[in-house]
Write a new protein. Structure first.
Length: 258
């Protein structure tokens, strides 16, 4: 009787262990299915989320062009993009460093290549004060910058490879409307390595009225006519030609693998 009782207990123990294993397996399967479902819902949410564009108009502080802003915004909005506009004093160093998450980033700002370090610098609309951004100035990522307008006070400018922080430019096409946007190889290289999809900019000095005109037509060619950015740049340059004063050309730059 004793041995028989032990066998019965052993069988019950084995059945209990099997049931526990089956329950654990079922729980794991349920959790896995719930995870997959949540991931699918998140992906659908991302795909259905409106695409975003930003217009950064630092020049609007002294040379506003509300017609350009309105027409550009309308063209982007009609194409289904959610558009955010930052004008004048809103264009700070902190904004330039943190901007991100956009399909299209339009910089209506002054820009210049430093003869000291060879980097491109994007002007903010913040007037220069040596007591601000002290650490950033010491690190060389923020500096004093001046336009060619006689008597105009200097501005803070951000080294353009710091634009958008660490991950803010992934998948973004950047239009640099200011001067010499493609004339710093290491800036362009860094921005593309950090994930920028493409950079559209002038290879020399450019007149403000001309860059406004060309950029607006470029936006319409892409978002109204359906051209690619590269096709739009080629079309616009063929149609309108280089800057009539400085002879600079608009260029489209992207990574070789793109």
């Amino acid at each position: 009787m004793g041995k028989k009782g032990k066998k019965v207990k052993r069988k019950k123990s084995m059945r209990g262990a099997a049931a526990a294993t089956a329950a654990t397996t079922l729980l794991v399967v349920i959790l896995l299915l719930l995870f997959i479902r949540q991931q699918a819902q998140n992906q659908i949410s991302i795909e259905n989320a409106p695409k975003r564009a930003a217009i950064i108009d630092g020049i609007g502080l002294t040379k506003p062009n509300p017609e350009f802003i309105e027409e550009a915004k309308n063209a982007l909005s009609r194409a289904g993009l959610s558009v955010e506009v930052y004008v004048g004093e809103k264009v700070t160093i902190n904004l330039l460093r943190s901007i991100g998450g956009y399909e299209m980033l339009i910089l209506r700002t002054h820009s210049a290549v430093s003869q000291t370090d060879g980097y491109l610098y994007i002007f903010s609309a913040e007037r220069y004060n040596r007591n601000q951004y002290v650490i950033e100035q010491m690190e060389g990522i923020v500096r004093e910058a001046r336009t060619f307008i006689e008597g105009e006070s200097p501005y803070f400018a951000l080294r353009a490879d710091q634009l958008g922080g660490e991950n803010g430019l992934k998948g973004t096409t950047i239009i640099i409307m200011g001067c010499n946007g493609t004339n710093s190889y290491k800036t362009i290289k860094t921005l593309l390595i950090r994930g920028a999809k493409a950079i559209i900019a002038w290879n020399g000095y450019v007149d403000l009225n001309y860059t406004d005109k060309i950029t607006l037509n470029l936006i319409k060619a892409v978002y109204t006519e359906g051209l690619s950015y590269k096709e739009a740049v080629e079309k616009i340059m063929k149609q309108y030609g280089p800057d009539p004063i400085y002879k600079s050309k608009l260029e489209y730059l992207t990574s070789p693998s793109t």
